[in-house]
Design a protein around this ligand. Sequence first.
Ligand SMILES: [Zn+2]
Length: 49
Amino acid sequence: MTKKVVLCCEKCGSRNYTVPVSNQAQAVRLERKKFCSHCQTHTLHKQSI
Ligand SMILES: [Zn+2]
């Protein structure tokens, strides 16, 4: 069983990506380096709550 979490650009706050994660409790928030179309560059995207 998986659920989806939303990843937000750390710089502009855009919700650019969703990623599937296991349903187990997470100890830490996901962080992924992804391309942000607003910032026009790769930025760190953090899991929103
Ligand atoms: Zn951005």
